[in-house]
Design a protein around this ligand. Structure first.
Ligand code: AR6
Length: 186
């Protein structure tokens, strides 16, 4: 997937794609990892399967150096066999009803991933719907936080130039379309 096949725009820098994030050739794709950094199911499993052992090796090295990755933080590895040159691994919050700082933690995932991409001079980055699978975050609320956090970041930063939200399921795709349409009308 070289370009999002279903694109919407907000300020020309946010796009939507429907499908598998491992097929994107953005400078980085973001992994919805867990704090062990050692892989798992969902998009994490798909990225490690498609990217091969190099990504896991680098994750192990990072883990040996700094231990578990805290919720909301992000680290970067190479992309292994992926089209993307880098993977940014971030740990979304497990949904516990919303009173355990989950909204702020989810926003931190997006902001910290974008900052890391900018520090590495990356021009394009693709995000999955962090926490909206196994971690159980309500999808509508997660879409709102993702779009607003990225929009706010882009207003004040030149890099990354392009942000792609890659939605695996149609429900998420429609929620993001709605959020972006609301931004355009604002
Ligand atoms: N491309 C894009 N999006 C995907 C893909 C894919 N290939 N596969 C799934 N999704 P999840 P989480 C969507 O469960 O909720 C792992 O075990 C999926 O439909 O991958 O943050 C980790 O190791 C959903 O909308 O991540 C953690 O233990 C979104 O990606 C835990 O899951 C996130 O779903 C993290 O849970």
């Amino acid at each position: 997937m070289s370009l999002p096949h279903s694109a919407s725009h907000a300020f020309g820098r946010i796009m939507l794609a429907h499908g598998d994030i491992t097929r994107l050739d953005t400078d980085a794709i973001v992994n919805a990892a867990n704090s062990s950094l050692l892989g798992g199911g969902g998009v994490d499993g798909a990225i490690h399967r498609a990217g091969g052992a190099q990504i896991l090796d680098e994750c192990r090295t990072i883990r040996a150096r700094q231990g578990n990755l805290a919720t909301g933080k992000a680290v970067i590895t190479g992309g292994g066999k992926l089209h993307a040159r880098h993977v940014i691994h971030t740990v979304g919050p497990v949904w516990q009803g919303g009173g355990q700082e989950e909204p702020q933690q989810l926003a931190n995932c997006y902001t910290n991933s974008l900052q890391l991409a900018a520090e590495h001079q990356l021009r394009s980055i693709a995000f999955p719907g962090i926490s909206t699978g196994i971690y159980g975050y309500p999808k509508a609320e997660a879409a709102r936080i993702a779009v607003q956090t990225v929009r706010d970041y882009l207003l004040h930063h030149e890099l990354p130039e392009i942000v792609v939200f890659v939605l695996f399921d149609e429900e998420n795709l429609h929620l993001y379309e709605r959020e972006l349409a609301a931004l355009s009308e604002a």
